[in-house]
Write a protein that binds this ligand. Structure first.
Ligand SMILES: [Zn+2]
Length: 170
């Protein structure tokens, strides 16, 4: 089935959950009004990711940018990195946040991701790239809060397809 992580990747995700690298993210509990002016999300344009629906749980005013690769495009270590393009996108995000009066940013990394696969980035590496992108945003005082999330589409033990969003420990 396409758009679903492999069995091996599923085990990997379970291990990352066990060792605390990934933590199930529950917006209703963890947001506490943080996104009252809307949260800006950067999401991969893959049709296989339903993060926008999830993002509506975070913010009643979901401002979202969808582009192939999503926040992977911000990492200089991403195989398809283009500095000028990344800089322009960040500028656009900042302008949008300025006019919408929000400082809360949500970076949705995900698996399986077509563009990550095209550049041979496997899940552990995607998480490394995500950490570096998180660091570049959190060290910029413009952003009030940055949530680096990892969206996973998988078949659970009951044989049912599910989509989960985890907060990455950075
Ligand atoms: Zn993707």
């Amino acid at each position: 089935m396409s758009g679903i992580i492999s069995r091996k990747e599923n085990e990997l995700i379970s291990n990352f959950k066990k060792n605390g690298t990934l933590k199930k993210f529950n917006p209703e509990e963890e947001m506490q009004g943080l996104a009252k002016n809307g949260g800006v999300a950067v999401i991969c344009a893959d049709g296989d990711i339903d993060a926008e629906l999830f993002h509506r749980r975070i913010s009643h005013r979901p401002h979202a940018i969808r582009i192939f690769g999503g926040p992977l495009l911000f990492s200089p270590n991403f195989g398809g990195y283009d500095e000028g393009f990344a800089r322009k996108m960040i500028e656009n995000v900042k302008q949008g946040m300025e006019v919408k009066k929000t400082r809360t940013l949500y970076l949705y990394f995900h698996a399986p991701c077509g563009l990550a696969t095209a550049f041979n980035h496997e899940i552990p590496e995607i998480l490394d790239l995500a950490r570096s992108v998180n660091g570049s945003f959190t060290s910029d005082n413009f952003f009030f809060r940055v949530f680096t999330l990892f969206h996973v589409k998988r078949i659970n033990k009951g044989g049912i397809m599910e989509q989960n969003v985890y907060l990455l420990q950075v």
